[in-house]
Write a protein that binds this ligand. Structure first.
Ligand SMILES: [Zn+2]
Length: 235
């Protein structure tokens, strides 16, 4: 046994428990485990829980509020300001900020994270170049998934599909998009599903804020998932 945690409190079991771990697997949970372990960790009667998961992060544009504080505090302002700042992002700048976020996340118990990585005609593949090495560098502490992300639309940006394809070929895990910024949200969604099929990966959409009157796009994605070609099966 590699690790034994003693005097641990658990969510669903009263009393104090020992947890035995071999490699990456929990192999025993009991009031007392006889087997000796290479390392023993005393939880001092604190609660032991599974690692935390952050399913939605933007490592490439994290920690930039000090560069342009929000004045109006609106979504549109955030989009415009970030687009302007994105022109100056470099591999080193993104890595410096992303490292701070990753180290903070690991210190707070995060063991899995999905981060979007903007891929478009403004930033190109700089975000991918910056974050791919960090996925490996921090694998000891966190499982990081990278989603090649079309934040600025697809049909309104010549070359965007090729860029996304390049990002996937570089090693992105997931393909992501924000159809609400695209003049043709439906086509946007179709193109993302096509790429997902091409690379056999999951999709991750920024969809349906519900604070405006825009028609919901979720039913469209739902149909594509369950009807393949996007046509309503009942039509
Ligand atoms: Zn987001």
């Amino acid at each position: 046994m590699d690790l034994k945690i003693t005097q641990a409190r658990l969510l669903d079991k009263p009393g104090f428990w020992q947890i035995g771990i071999a490699g990456t697997q929990i192999v025993a949970i009991a009031p007392s485990i006889d087997t000796t372990a290479t390392t023993t960790l005393d939880a001092h009667e604190n609660l032991v829980i599974p690692g935390l998961v952050d399913g939605h992060m933007h490592l490439d544009k994290a920690l930039i509020l000090d560069r342009a504080p929000a004045i109006a505090g609106t979504f549109n302002e955030a989009m415009q300001t970030t687009l302007e700042m994105k022109r100056h992002f470099t591999v080193e700048d993104i890595q410096n900020r992303a490292r701070r976020v990753l180290e903070r996340a690991i210190a707070f118990g995060m063991t899995a994270m999905r981060s979007h990585v903007e891929v478009d005609t403004t930033i190109g593949l700089v975000g991918m170049e910056a974050l791919l090495p960090l996925r490996e560098e921090y694998a000891w502490g966190i499982t990081l998934q990278l989603a090649a992300f079309a934040q600025e639309g697809i049909t309104n940006q010549p070359g965007e599909v090729s860029l996304l394809r390049e990002a996937m070929a570089m090693g992105a895990d997931v393909i992501g998009s924000a159809p609400y910024v695209d003049p043709d949200p439906e086509r946007n969604i179709q193109l993302i599903f096509d790429l997902a099929e091409e690379f056999d990966c999951n999709v991750d959409f920024h969809l349906d804020f519900l604070d405006d009157e825009a028609p919901l796009l979720l039913p469209l994605c739902w149909r594509k998932l369950f009807d393949g070609d996007g046509k309503d099966a009942s039509a």
